[in-house]
Design a protein around this ligand. Sequence first.
Ligand code: SAM
Length: 225
Amino acid sequence: MTFDDEKERLRRSWVANASAWTEVVREGRIESRRVATDAAIIDVVTSLRPGKVLDLGCGEGWLARALSSAGMEVWGVDASVPLVEAARGLGGGTFVAASYEQLAAGAVELPEAFDVAVANFAILEEDVSAMFTAALRLVRPDGALVIQTVHPAFAGDGPYVSGWRTETFAAFPGEWPESMPWYFRTLSDWVAVLGTHGWRLADVREPVDPRNGRALSILFICRRG
Ligand SMILES: C[S@@+](CC[C@H](N)C(=O)[O-])C[C@H]1O[C@@H](n2cnc3c(N)ncnc32)[C@H](O)[C@@H]1O
């Protein structure tokens, strides 16, 4: 399978699974989100005191709604048209259907000088250059890029090596027509990639499951390099 096949399957999965995803997020069916990771991303973004936030890979828009209800102006961008439509349905931000590649190429009209760009579980590709370039274009020079992703040390039982994995969504309720390829990255590979494309890693958070002390995710706070 080629790199482009995986990218295309990834893109398609977020169209095919849009309604199942919208339902599990809105009904609070993802336990790790409920117990720690939603609060973690809101806390980190809020602590940066931004006026204007860009939510990259916003999905059905829950984070945009949470941040805008705390007084921030939020723009959400996602490549999945049905997810952007779902986000628009509940409001709480301005939602645009576009890929990171389109943003990086300047092919989409968006305001510039965002204080913070955030990507919550929305970096799933091997090649992150478009996402980082888009954030660099759109975030002001003293702004920040905040990324939350699965914690590399607690991400399933596979070998600890970067590579493509498959999420079947079997553990989630509902009908999931397509599985999703996603690129697993070891911690050292994350650190290496975060130092590219004009960004540098400035801070890290590791929210834990309060019931068993296991890390549920990792947050990277990046500044211009
Ligand atoms: C796991 S969902 C997370 C959605 C949302 N951030 C949340 O926290 O619920 C990943 C999202 O990233 C989006 N995404 C992945 N790659 C993308 C790309 N290259 N351009 C735009 N959106 C992308 C998908 O369409 C999907 O909505």
